[in-house]
Design a protein around this ligand. Structure first.
Ligand SMILES: CN1C(=O)N(C)[C@H]2CS[C@@H](CCCCC(=O)O)[C@H]21
Length: 124
């Protein structure tokens, strides 16, 4: 019943913090992702994210996708796809599946360069 909007502050069980900007009327958005854990164990950084959600014209629980270009500390990229839900208590959540692609040094290592996972974000 309630609409679910992506803009604002979100956090997940890995204590990542995600800020999504005000949406453009075509559903495009941008923002920042602060990770506290990294593949290399290097310190946390803020990285830019860009994405798009489906129009709210539907039932108001839009699907979306966005990518995070990990900056400064890593040569990796993560793509998230998911949907915004509102539970019975009116609590919003972003249920996502992500693909994390790290840079490898040779084509022979390409097979092991992509990780997949699921992750839920709640309002911070
Ligand atoms: C903290 N994370 C998080 O909130 N996730 C949903 C997963 C998927 S992106 C990954 C962090 C990747 C950091 C970039 C790098 O280490 O190269 C992990």
């Amino acid at each position: 019943p309630h609409h679910c909007m992506l803009s604002g502050l979100w956090t997940n069980d890995q204590d990542s913090q995600m800020e999504i900007s005000v949406l453009r009327d075509n559903g495009d958005f941008h923002g920042q992702y602060l990770t506290r854990v990294t593949l290399s164990g290097s310190c946390a950084q803020v990285s830019p994210l860009r994405g798009a959600q489906q129009q709210l014209g539907g039932e108001g629980w839009p699907t979306f996708a966005f990518t995070v270009r990990w900056d400064k500390f890593s040569n990796a990229t993560t793509a998230f796809v998911g949907q915004c839900f509102v539970d019975a208590g009116g609590k919003e959540m972003l249920s996502t599946t992500w693909l994390l692609r790290e840079a490898v040094g040779s084509l022979e290592e390409d097979w092991k360069a992509t990780r997949v996972g699921r992750n839920v974000f709640s309002r911070k």
